[in-house]
Ligand binder design. Structure first.
Ligand code: GDP
Length: 366
């Protein structure tokens, strides 16, 4: 059973009583405060963690302040973590790899959270992580927390929720955060902007064009791992490794001082998983020593703030009655060539600013 299922943790000793009541169905759900939930998250309670993630994924405006408060309360208590992005074409073996990798990490006493950024999830009801049979072993392990991709209107929305989920997982003591995505589109950029390390899984024997992987994604990777290096495919995998290693020489050096590597592994047999782990540790050690790890996190935090600011401004503007009341007519005018786009923008902005000025005047009077 997946650990996001509340029924799975009824015996957990470190629950606060109100969460116990919630679990027992005594109807105190509405009374849980941000403080209660944040405290339980910090104690490692997965039910509280799941509930907080559900709140931050909620589309109901009333949940926003509560979710924001929980995040605020959790922020100072995060475990030092390593955030790893994983991508690769469907079928390359991502979930099998995450199982094997997670098992290895668990044996080394790490706590691992697996999240997903899947922009297709709204349409397909989750092409990754949606299926509960994926990662069956990891989802039953007490050192792992698996959360399917959030549904969202946009990749930006899903990315925001994933970033916030990362913070909550870290507050709950998960020190390894895996963010999975499919190797086909823009979601890699989003994941790259929230992780410390980016792993690209490849199939043996096919060039990246054949695997549908864009050159930009290969360029973003800190490590390329040719999976399914077992049985008959072993020679093919070794050859692919050599070809990718040659191709990597053509890319410009990274400014974090790290030279991307190519390895082979078999998620099925476990062969090579320890080497992938070692390469990640080497990356972490090297980039911590030269400061690149910390500076990347700081840049990401700033970019996150800028994205959030833009999203909030856009939302406030687009949902303002002055804008919703006029935008159709203005769009029509643009469509019919009666108004230039620049003029249309200027008119809307002016109407919005005027509404703001008259609102602040009214606020002062009351
Ligand atoms: P995903 O779509 O990238 O998550 O891929 P899956 O993990 O679901 O794997 C797709 C198929 O490849 C499954 O049938 C797996 O059993 C198989 N597979 C995954 N990793 C390996 C591997 O290392 N060796 C072999 N032989 N098969 C693998």
């Amino acid at each position: 059973m997946a650990h996001s299922d509340p029924a799975d943790h009824s015996a957990s000793p470190n629950l606060n009583p109100r969460l116990k009541a919630l679990r027992a169905g005594t109807g105190q759900r509405a009374e849980l405060s941000a403080e209660d939930i944040a405290k339980s998250i910090r104690l490692g309670d997965r039910v509280a963690l799941s509930r907080a993630i559900t709140l931050l994924e909620s589309t109901q405006p009333k949940h926003r302040p509560l979710a924001a408060r929980i995040i605020e309360l959790c922020m100072p208590f995060r475990a030092p973590s390593f955030r790893i992005g994983i991508t690769g074409s469907p079928g390359v073996g991502k979930s099998t790899f995450i199982e094997a990798f997670g098992r290895h990490a668990g044996q080394l006493e790490h706590k691992i959270a697996v999240l997903a950024v899947d922009p297709t999830s709204r349409l397909s009801r989750g092409s990754i992580l949606g299926d509960k049979t994926r990662m069956a072993e990891l989802s039953a392990a007490d050192y792992a927390f698996i959360r399917p991709s959030a549904a969202g209107d946009s990749l930006g929305g899903v990315a925001r929720m994933t970033r916030e989920t990362i913070l909550l997982c870290e507050a709950a003591g998960y020190d390894l955060i895996l963010v999975e995505t499919v190797g086909v589109g823009q979601s890699e950029m989003a994941v790259h902007s929230m992780v410390d390390f980016f792993l690209l899984l490849l199939l043996p024997g096919a060039g990246d064009e054949l695997q549908g992987i864009k050159r930009g994604i290969v360029e973003m990777a800190d490590l390329l791992a040719v999976n399914k290096a077992d049985g008959d495919r072993l020679p093919l995998a070794r050859r692919a490794k050599g070809e990718y290693a040659n191709a990597l020489h053509l890319f410009p050096a990274k400014d974090n001082g790290w030279t991307p590597q190519v390895l082979t592994c078999s998620a099925e047999t476990g062969e090579g998983i320890a080497e992938v782990w070692e390469a990640m540790q080497a990356f972490r050690t090297a980039t911590t020593a030269n400061g690149a790890f910390e500076s990347r996190r700081r840049r990401q935090a700033l970019a996150w703030f800028e994205d959030s600011l833009q999203a909030a401004l856009r939302e406030q503007f687009m949902n303002h009655p002055v804008v919703t009341g006029r935008i159709r007519a203005i769009e029509d005018a643009v469509l019919e060539g009666r108004m230039s786009p620049a003029n249309a923008v200027a008119q809307l902005l002016e109407a919005f600013s005027e509404a703001q000025v008259s609102k602040s005047g009214k606020d002062r009077l009351t």
